[in-house]
Design a protein. Structure first.
Length: 385
């Protein structure tokens, strides 16, 4: 039995435990998590795919007919129902018989496309609907050993991207050249790992997502994309791979701040050190049995203790989605457990002036954590000669 079939079997068991008759799952990453099906055109093109799972053990994938070859090759489900644009009732054809007159119907209220949600609402009274997201989130929170190996390989891809980007940073070089370098380095590393360790010729090694980076006067913009701006000597440069580290569909967080040849504005060095120290404080707390918010608290105390404003969250869990449960933020009392994968940041923002951030990903282990990324962050190492 494949890992996808095991996950689906476990989900069916949880539906029975909670007296849920049928679950409708539309989130791309969760559909993949339970079926192995991926890379289909989804709501961006007006074409929904829906995974239907019943408590009596049946599974159905409703998906566009143009994706049938991929669905048949990848999806570990009992049945596939294909639909075509403008023919019959399209993706709606199967749903009435599956949910009308049934008991409890579980769905993803905040993740289901409005088009699908509105149709389901016309079939199922509100008092028969229940949120399935907490069940899915808890299942996805603790990674299997196979998933942890994916995370380790994703870390290697991230490290290759960071090294490629760092080597491209220089005075006079436009930001987009750095983005090209990171993409090429990550893709080549991913291709080697796929060839050596995985038997899936359809899985793409190519990194994607627009490169997050900022330099010079734009350094305070945390999600600025690589532009035609030419970097200059003495300027800070921020590289973030939180949207690009995506190996075999497993995501990580990873970022660094660099300077070109020297730190022209000397005060930036002290700010940067606070960012590094805030991550260090978070890691001193990171271990099983600790509440997620306590990691954030340790990080925030360093930043506020140095006189800076209360920061954004210290980090988040990742996996087959960029954001999973838990978040390292005030109010999240989830107890950390071995097998979680967490992105942990250190950061400081000085409004309109400077912003420094370092971030890495880690596996929570039985006695602490295992780093998945470990690129240099000492001040002398982030000044690119």
């Amino acid at each position: 039995m494949s890992i996808f079939e095991n996950r689906l079997k476990a989900l069916i068991g949880k539906l029975s435990e909670r007296d849920i008759d049928v679950a409708l799952i539309t989130d791309d990453d969760s559909v993949y998590y339970y079926t192995g099906y991926y890379d289909y055109l989804h709501m961006e093109f007006g074409r929904p795919s829906i995974l239907v799972v019943t408590s009596d053990g049946n599974s159905l994938l409703i998906t566009p007919s143009m994706e049938m070859d991929m669905a048949e090759a990848a999806a570990r489900v009992d049945r596939i129902a294909a639909w075509n644009d403008g023919m019959g009732n399209e993706w709606r054809e199967e749903l009435p018989a599956l949910v009308s007159g049934k008991g409890v119907v579980a769905l993803e209220p905040d993740l289901m496309p409005p088009l699908v949600r509105n149709y389901v609402n016309s079939l199922v009274d509100a008092d028969r609907q229940i949120d399935i997201v907490p069940v899915i989130s808890d299942m996805r929170m603790i990674k299997s050993e196979e998933e942890l190996n994916l995370a380790r390989h994703a870390g290697q891809v991230a490290m290759a991207m960071m090294a490629g980007g760092r080597s491209a940073i220089a005075a006079g070089v436009p930001e987009f050249e750095v983005a090209l370098a990171t993409s090429q380095a990550g893709t080549r590393k991913a291709a080697k790992l796929l060839s050596a360790h995985y038997d899936d010729h359809r899985m793409s090694p190519n990194t994607h997502f627009l490169q997050i980076m900022a330099s010079g006067r734009d350094i305070t913009m945390p999600h600025h994309r690589a532009s035609t701006r030419a970097m200059q000597k003495g300027e800070p440069v921020f590289l973030c791979f939180c949207g690009m580290t995506n190996f075999h569909r497993f995501k990580l967080g990873f970022d660094r701040t660099f300077w070109i040849e020297e730190i022209a504005e000397k005060s930036q060095a002290a700010v940067y050190q606070v960012a590094v120290d805030s991550q260090k404080a978070a890691l001193e707390v990171l271990r099983p049995g600790v509440a997620a918010e306590d990691v954030h608290k340790a990080y925030a105390e360093v930043i506020q203790g140095a006189g800076y404003e209360y920061p954004f969250r210290c980090g988040r869990a990742t996996g087959f989605s960029f954001l999973e449960k838990p978040e390292l933020v005030f109010g999240d009392k989830t107890i950390l457990q071995p097998g979680m994968v967490l992105a942990v940041d250190g950061s400081v923002s000085v409004a309109k002036t400077f912003r420094a951030q370092v971030g890495d990903s880690f596996i929570v282990t039985e006695d602490g954590y295992e780093p998945l990324t470990w690129f240099d962050k000492d001040i002398e190492d982030v000044i690119i000669a």
